[in-house]
Design a protein around this ligand. Structure first.
Ligand SMILES: O=C(O)c1ccc(O)c(O)c1
Ligand SMILES: [Mg+2]
Length: 622
C-alpha cells in the first residue's frame, strides 16, 4: 500500500494558482477541482491542465453537479445537456472522474429505480467522453444519505462508468460504519474523500461545511475507516475534502503542509494498526522518545533579563556556565536546566521575555530528524558556530524552537558548547527543584489544530481530551501531550475565539512547571528568598475545603503558602504554586506529585488566570 495523496481545492484559500502551487509544494500528487475554482479562473481548462502538469499534479476529480438523481423530467433533461458541456471541459482538463453527490432538492423523487436509471443514463453519456462518475451519499441527502443506499443505486444502475465515492465525514458523522464494504467489488470504489471532525451535536450540514478537520485533528476514527476502504481493494488516491472556516482564510501554503502531514501520519498509523497488513513502507522513522527535557531557553532583552535573573535566583537556580560564542547563560538546579538568551536583535520596542526553545534529550536525533522531515516540520533557522553541537531543530507554529539533544553516550553533548564560569555563586536558597515537569505554550488561534497534530505526530504520542478554561479575558482551549512517560509534558493553549484588542492581560502566556519532591518546603524557601509568588484569594480556599472535605489546618497551610491542591480519581495528589508573570508573558509553576498523580492540574486554572489578571492589573495601577 502506497496510495497517492490528493486535496480538494476547496480546502485552501486564494486563487486557483495559489491553491495548486501550495498543494504541489506540500507534496500532494493530485487535486479535486471544485467547479467555482475553474469557473472563476481567467485560465482556460487547457491552461489549468498545463499548470497542473508543470506542478506535477493530476486532476483526480471534478465537482460540478448537484441534484442529479431522482429529478423530475424537466430538470433531468437540463442536467444531461449540461453534462455534455462539463464532460467536454473535463477532456480538456485531462480529468476523467466526476463527482455526483446525492440530491438535496426538495422535489427529489424517492425512488431507487428512477435514481438508478437516471445515473445509468448519465454514465452512458460520460462513457462517450471517457469520463467516469463517482456517486456520493451526502449525510443530509434528500433520499439517499447512507453509503449503503448509494451502493444499492450504483449496483442497480450496473454501468461500468458508474461507481462509488466514499467520504468519511458522511459515514462517521452518522456514527455509521463500513460493515458490508467487503461485498462491494473493488473496481466500484472510484474515489475516497477523507475528513475528520470534532464531536459536535449540531445540524450535520453546518457541521460539515464549517467544522471539518484534517485526519488526526478531530474525533473520528480514520485509521479504522481508511484501513477498511484500503482492505476492500480501493486503489485510488487518499484525497482530503475539508470545509473549514479557519483554513479557508489561512495562507494556503501553511494549510497544505498541515494537510499533507495529516495524511502522512494517517498512513503511518494504519501501517501500525494490528488489524492492517503492514508492509512497513508507510511507517515513519522512530519518534524522538525523549527521556526528559534537556533545557528550556528563555529569550530576554538586556533589561528584562535583569528581572528574570532575580526570579531565577529566588527560585534557587544557579548561573553555572555561559555559551562559548553566544550571549546565552545556563542556569540549573537538580536536572532542570534553563537558558537565558539575551537578545538585542529583536524588533520589539518594549522589553520582553519569552520561552524561545525546548530541548529534548533524544537517543537517536538522526532518526528523529528523518521523521521530522517526513512530517514536513519547519527547520529552525539558526547559526551554528565551528565546533558546536549541530542539533536538529524545528519551529512550531508559535515560533518556539524544538531542539533534539543527543543523549546517548559517546555523542557530543550540547553542554560542551558552554564553559563553566570562574566563580559560581552559591544558590540563594534551597528550593529543591528536581526537573522540568511540563511546559505550556500558546499557539496562534488559526494554527491550533495544526500545532497539536504536528506535535502529536512528531513525538508519536496520543492526545488527551482538550479542555476549556474560562479566563478573565476569554475562553482558553488547552491540549495536554504527555511527551515522556511521567516525566515531561507539553501543554498547548489557544484562545477559543480570535482575541479582541481590548484585553490588557497576558497576550500569549507561556509557563514552565518545575518539579519538586516537597512543595511545602519549596514554598517556604520561596517565601524566604522573596520570590514573586502569585497570591491566591481566600475565596478559593473556603470553597476547596468544602468541596474536598479538608481539615482546617491543612487548608490553612495551603492558603498561607498560596499552594493549590488537586486530587485525581485514583487518589493521587498534586500540590502546586505559581509565580507572578515575569516580564511580558512567562511564569513559573512549582509542582509536587504524590501517590502517582499523573495529569496536569487544571481544576484551578481559572483561579490562577484570574489571579494573574489581578496581579497585572495592580501593576498597571501602581
Ligand atoms: O457540502 C456539500 O455540498 C458537499 C459537496 C461535495 C462533497 O463531496 C461533500 O462531501 C459535501
Ligand atoms: Mg465529499
Amino acid at each position: 500500500m502506497n496510495p497517492c495523496t490528493g486535496i480538494a481545492t476547496v480546502c485552501l484559500s486564494g486563487t486557483l494558482p495559489d491553491k495548486l502551487a501550495a498543494a504541489a509544494h506540500a507534496g500532494f500528487d493530485g487535486v479535486e477541482l471544485f467547479e467555482p475554482d475553474l469557473l472563476g479562473s481567467p485560465l482556460s481548462p487547457m491552461q489549468i491542465r498545463g499548470l497542473c502538469a508543470e506542478l506535477g499534479l493530476t486532476i483526480d476529480l471534478y465537482q460540478p453537479f448537484r441534484d442529479v438523481e431522482g429529478a423530475p423530467e424537466g430538470r433531468f433533461e437540463a442536467t444531461q445537456r449540461r453534462a455534455r458541456r462539463v464532460f467536454a471541459t473535463m477532456e480538456e482538463l485531462g480529468c476523467d472522474l466526476v463527482l455526483i453527490c446525492s440530491s438535496v432538492a426538495e422535489d427529489t423523487i424517492d425512488d431507487d429505480e428512477l435514481a438508478a436509471a437516471q445515473l445509468r443514463q448519465l454514465a452512458e453519456i460520460a462513457a462517450d467522453y471517457g469520463v467516469r462518475i463517482a456517486y456520493e451519499a451526502l449525510a443530509w441527502g434528500a433520499a439517499v444519505n447512507t453509503w449503503q443506499h448509494s451502493w444499492e443505486i450504483v449496483r442497480r444502475a450496473d454501468h461500468p462508468s458508474l461507481g462509488l465515492c466514499l467520504d468519511s465525514f458522511h459515514v462517521l458523522s452518522r456514527s455509521d460504519d463500513l460493515d458490508g464494504l467487503a461485498e462491494v467489488p473493488a473496481e466500484k470504489l472510484f474515489f475516497l474523500q477523507l475528513a475528520d471532525a470534532p464531536h459536535l451535536n449540531m445540524d450535520v450540514l453546518q457541521w460539515s461545511r464549517h467544522h471539518r478537520l484534517f485526519p488526526g485533528q478531530g474525533a473520528f476514527d480514520l485509521v479504522t475507516f481508511t484501513g477498511a476502504v484500503l482492505a476492500a481493494g480501493y486503489k485510488g488516491p487518499l484525497s482530503l475534502e475539508v470545509f473549514n472556516d479557519v483554513f479557508r482564510q489561512s495562507p494556503p501554503a501553511l494549510t497544505a503542509v498541515d494537510a499533507h502531514r495529516s495524511l502522512r501520519d494517517l498512513t503511518a498509523r494504519i501501517a501500525q494498526d494490528p488489524s492492517g497488513d503492514d508492509t512497513g513502507e508507510n511507517r515513519l522513522p522512530a519518534a524522538p522518545s525523549p527521556a526528559d527535557c534537556a533545557f528550556v531557553e528563555i529569550e530576554a532583552t538586556p533589561s528584562s533579563a535583569l528581572g528574570l535573573r532575580t526570579v531565577l535566583r529566588a527560585l534557587g537556580f544557579v548561573h553555572r556556565s555561559d555559551h562559548r560564542s553566544k550571549p546565552v547563560e545556563l542556569w540549573d538546579q537538580g536536572s532542570a536546566c534553563l537558558l537565558i538568551n539575551v537578545t538585542t536583535c529583536s524588533d520589539r520596542s518594549h522589553p520582553f521575555t519569552r520561552v524561545a526553545a525546548l530541548g529534548l534529550h533524544t537517543e537517536n536525533p538522526q532518526a528523529a530528524d528523518a521523521r521530522a522531515r517526513a512530517l514536513s516540520l519547519d527547520p529552525l533557522p539558526r547559526v551554528i558556530g565551528d565546533d558546536e553541537a549541530a542539533m536538529p531543530a524545528y519551529a512550531i507554529p508559535d515560533g518556539t524552537g524544538l531542539f533534539l539533544c543527543p543523549s546517548a553516550e559517546g555523542m557530543r553533548s550540547w553542554t560542551e558548547d558552554f564553559a563553566a564560569r570562574d566563580e559560581i555563586e552559591k544558590p540563594q536558597t534551597n528550593v529543591g527543584l528536581t526537573r522540568i515537569d511540563h511546559v505550556s505554550l500558546t499557539q496562534p488561534f488559526d494554527r491550533f489544530d495544526e500545532s497539536i497534530l504536528l506535535m502529536r505526530s512528531f513525538l508519536g504520542v496520543a492526545n488527551a481530551q482538550a479542555v476549556e478554561h474560562a479566563g478573565p479575558f476569554g475562553l482558553v482551549r488547552s491540549q495536554e501531550l504527555t511527551v515522556s512517560g511521567e516525566t515531561l509534558g507539553v501543554v498547548l493553549n489557544a484562545s477559543v475565539l480570535r482575541r479582541g484588542t481590548w484585553s490588557p492581560g497576558v497576550v500569549s502566556p507561556q509557563h514552565i512547571a518545575l518539579h519538586t519532591d516537597d512543595a511545602f518546603a519549596a514554598a517556604e524557601a520561596l517565601a524566604r528568598s522573596g520570590a514573586p509568588v502569585l497570591d491566591i484569594p481566600a475565596n478559593h480556599y473556603a470553597d476547596l475545603q468544602a468541596r474536598l472535605g479538608l481539615d482546617d489546618d491543612f487548608v490553612a497551610a495551603l492558603s498561607a503558602r498560596s499552594l493549590l491542591y488537586e486530587r485525581d480519581v485514583q487518589g493521587g495528589e498534586c500540590f502546586h504554586l505559581f509565580t507572578q508573570v515575569v516580564g511580558s508573558q512567562v511564569y513559573f509553576e512549582i509542582i509536587e506529585r504524590r501517590g502517582g498523580y499523573k495529569g496536569y492540574p487544571t481544576a484551578d486554572t481559572t483561579i490562577r488566570m484570574a489571579a494573574h489578571a489581578a496581579q497585572r492589573a495592580s501593576l498597571l495601577r501602581t
